[in-house]
Write a protein that binds this ligand. Structure first.
Ligand code: SAH
Length: 243
């Protein structure tokens, strides 16, 4: 099973220009095993076929390289907002160990899972914190401290921009993983993005290796500091997205 896992990872990662050594592939396999073990007792993922975990979770997370080609040598700071079972934060750390990663989630049991993964895989310069995006985003220790804030499958783009933009340094980028069709969502979020100090720079659309999932990475450059008015109090960005 490990050999097949290794082969699929290598084949798919070659397609997006990433090559990993045996230690890294071993870490991905360990992560897969922990995910399946903990998934028996808590809700971490509905994707459980190993081939799907490889493509739809692991390789998908690493497709960020299409937006940031220098990732493999980068020492950038990255906030992964609403990380869940660790996507994309854990795959990014395994593949690009120079990154400094913070993973945030509002469910403590997921944060406990992540702590176990970080320990077992002996990952460094990565932390998992428990709480809401709207609360940490107002704290000095986190506000405008990150080169990148990334987020996958957490909220609509307008809500997500209010969650994410406060974390990004001026000159940094907020990158949202979205499915293929996102034009309408992007059009609706334009006002919010501008209000929060951002500008849509680029949408990178592609098909994931394996061929059956469309992916868009929406890259928003932060040009100006985010007003102290944002994020609004917990719950509001979701309930009444900025227009
Ligand atoms: N990024 C992961 C998980 C997506 S599920 C993946 O792609 O697989 C969305 C996650 O975001 C959940 O774990 C949920 O607890 C978290 N979340 C939703 N709203 C949040 C908020 N306001 N602050 C922090 N975490 C949040």
């Amino acid at each position: 099973m490990y050999d097949e896992f290794k082969q699929l990872m290598q084949t798919e990662l070659t397609e997006i220009g990433i090559s990993l050594d045996d230690k890294q592939i071993g870490q991905f396999y360990q992560y897969y095993e922990l995910l399946m073990e903990w998934n028996k007792v808590m809700n971490l993922t509905t994707i459980t076929e190993w081939e799907d975990v490889v493509t739809k979770h692991m390789v998908d997370s690493l497709s960020l390289i299409k937006a940031i080609p220098e990732l493999s040598t980068s020492q950038a700071s990255v906030m992964d907002l609403g990380t869940g079972a660790g996507f994309p934060g854990i795959p990014l750390k395994i593949a690009f160990p120079g990154l400094h990663i913070t993973m945030l989630d509002s469910l403590n049991k997921k944060v406990n899972f992540l702590k176990e993964v970080m320990k077992q895989l002996e990952l460094e310069n990565i932390t998992a914190i428990h709480g809401r995006a709207e609360d940490y985003g107002r704290e000095k220790k986190y506000r405008e401290q990150y080169d990148y804030c990334v987020s996958r499958a957490v909220a609509n783009l307008s809500t997500l921009a209010e969650y994410c933009m406060p974390y990004v340094k001026i000159g940094g980028m907020f990158i949202s993983y979205k499915s293929g069709k996102m034009e309408e969502e992007l059009a609706q979020a334009k006002g919010a993005i501008k209000l929060l100090g951002g500008k849509t720079e680029q949408v990178i659309a592609f098909t994931l290796p394996g061929g059956d999932a469309e992916r868009s990475l929406i890259c928003i450059h932060k040009l100006e500091s985010t007003s102290k008015l944002y994020p609004r109090k917990a719950g509001l960005p979701g309930k009444e997205p900025l227009k």
